[in-house]
Ligand binder design. Structure first.
Ligand code: 9D3
Length: 255
């Protein structure tokens, strides 16, 4: 897969994506990242990439032409068709399902804004899709682009090692529940001891306990992810036992 970054700070995103799983995906040639700076496509001595907003107000707006030239250069660098994605607070929320969809495409072009944003005409003409990474304010699209690159790269076949891959499969198989707690040595520590079931060697019991912890934590921490009525009978029984143990009632906490 090829991902092009159109950004005033393309090396910032590349730096973020140079380590760990994403770095390894690049070393294995599963992923190629390329940066394009609109400033390199700006005209004049000042190489302007922004200007004041019509209608007034604070901040600056990114100019159409340097961005369009950078996008054009990115597109022309490879014949495969590219999905152009603008990272923006107005975008649809990034989800694991969206990451999976994007990981199936041959090319992405990620457009990062700075300042107050990008001239709307450039967006209307060149952008296929807008994505946000959540409801908080960032200073620009670069961190969001790095998040997209990370979430997508780890889904490319061969990016994960066998152990990482198995862990991911089991998570995706759980249908969006939170993870269970994890423990390692020592068994006894001043901060507490390891739940005995994990030391029992009874793999069916361990799987049951982990499933129960996942259900219980999801119920308590992310009630938006779980619908009791749509759980299997077995899961409902596990969840009810979890809640009974901590003296809980039937209804989830306030979202
Ligand atoms: C404080 C500025 N805001 C005025 C009402 C608007 C604004 C403009 C530009 C807010 C943030 C940004 C820069 N953010 C992004 O480019 C961005 C982003 C984000 O801020 N949050 C979550 N996802 C994303 S994706 C791109």
């Amino acid at each position: 897969m090829r991902i092009d970054l159109v950004s005033l700070f393309p090396e910032f995103v590349a730096q973020l994506a140079g380590h760990g799983v994403v770095g390894r995906a690049q070393e294995r040639a599963l992923l190629a990242l390329h940066g394009w700076n609109p400033r390199d496509h700006a005209e004049g001595n000042y190489r302007r990439v922004d200007d004041r907003p019509f209608g007034g107000g604070p901040g600056m707006v990114m100019l159409i032409d340097p961005l369009r030239a950078a996008l054009q250069a990115a597109r022309a660098a490879d014949p495969a068709p590219a999905r152009v994605i603008y990272l923006s607070p107005q975008g649809a929320p990034l989800t694991q399902a969206k990451a999976r969809e994007l990981a199936g495409l041959p090319r992405l072009i990620l457009l990062c804004g700075r300042y107050e944003g990008v001239d709307e005409r450039l967006l209307a003409a060149e952008v296929d899709e807008e994505l946000s990474i959540g409801d908080y304010v960032l200073s620009g699209g670069e961190l969001a682009a790095a998040v997209v690159v990370d979430a997508v790269a780890r889904l490319l076949p061969g990016a994960l090692n066998d152990a990482e891959s198995a862990a991911q499969d089991s998570f995706e198989g759980e249908g969006g529940l939170l993870d269970c707690p994890h423990y390692t040595r020592p068994v006894e520590h001043p901060l507490g001891s390891v739940p005995p079931v994990l030391l029992s060697g009874n793999h069916a019991e361990i799987a049951r306990w982990r499933r129960q912890q996942s259900l219980g934590r999801t119920w308590l921490r992310r009630p938006d992810l779980i619908d009791r009525d749509r759980l299997s009978k077995a899961d409902r029984a596990l969840l009810d036992a979890f809640l009974a143990e901590r003296g809980g009632r039937g209804a989830p906490p306030e979202a």
